[in-house]
Design a protein around this ligand. Sequence first.
Ligand code: NAD
Length: 336
Amino acid sequence: MRKCRVGLVGAGGVAQRHARVLAGFDDVELVGVTDVAPQAASALAAQHGGRARADVAELLATDPDAVYVCVPPFAHGPTEEAVIDAGVPMFVEKPVAVDLGTAERIADLVARRGLRTAVGHHWRYSSLLDEARALLADRPVRMVSGAWLDKVPPVAWWSRRDRSGGPVVEQAAHVLDLIRVLAGEVTEVTAYGNGTPPPVDGADIDSVTTAALRFADGAVGTLSAACVLGWKHRAGLEVLADGLALSITEDGLSIRDADGERHVPADPDAARVAVDRAFINAVRGIGDDIRVPYAEALATQRLALAVADSARTGATVRLAAPTAPTVLSTGVTVDA
Ligand SMILES: NC(=O)c1ccc[n+]([C@@H]2O[C@H](COP(=O)([O-])OP(=O)(O)OC[C@H]3O[C@@H](n4cnc5c(N)ncnc54)[C@H](O)[C@@H]3O)[C@@H](O)[C@H]2O)c1
């Protein structure tokens, strides 16, 4: 069997996870890894296979079948352009950028090239999602309440707005993506940040943010993000429909209805493996279970940035309905 030859750009925390998962697939060979910190690339290659490459050009010169882009939010753009130019299928970690312009430019290039892409919104591969969707199939969602309540992650770029986009874009985007799946598209956002950064050198992000959301189908909801704790407290979503309350996290779904309450556990690692398996399968031409191609991640990015923009400006942000597969305009207007 010819193996799928994969290259990695970025060798930090999430790249190590992908490398570990990919190294466990017998139809994948890691051919190279590049990082602006060469020692990080060398360490990852030594542990999981392949060779450290000097830069993206040298990585692409190995003629990989697929490239994973695992860089921090601020670093997206040039790598994707080079990979698209080479016509290589691309897995991009979320968030796809720190801003909207970069994400729209890459989405446009992807669409023009007809390139196969996937984005790391692995929550979409949770077995709980099918169960939640089935329960909601015959009753409209009335209200959602999403939250990511956590600590400041131990990476220097995270607490800088221009590096990470802030907690909503960088982290709560997983929850916003799930909100879009279960409750549909958001048309209006009004958000508040507390204007107080966490006690970390150079931090300029809000340490708490809360947003009110209005949905196209009439539902309303909230999204809260916090990094004031010393632990990961909760990341997930509550969904209310008539006579039904769902509580969804990465590791379980609680269901309460007229029949009582039950809990369905899930293994969060299964979704993290499934997102890689689906991408590799698609690259190898085996089915197509990519649930978040780049254009779909762009819609989540647009929503996350709308929350961040509203919190920053104090203005309500209206969102146009996404026009798949590619949106070239910003789709966002701001009411003063
Ligand atoms: N889907 C998930 O569950 C998940 C989990 C963790 C992180 N992430 C996302 O992955 C991204 C990276 O997070 P991380 O925890 O790996 O960060 P990290 O800081 O641990 O690693 C990032 C690596 O990228 C390298 N890098 C920076 N700019 C580069 C460039 N231009 N070219 C090549 N390498 C470059 C850095 O040197 C570093 O080694 C973030 O956007 C984060 O949100 C997603």
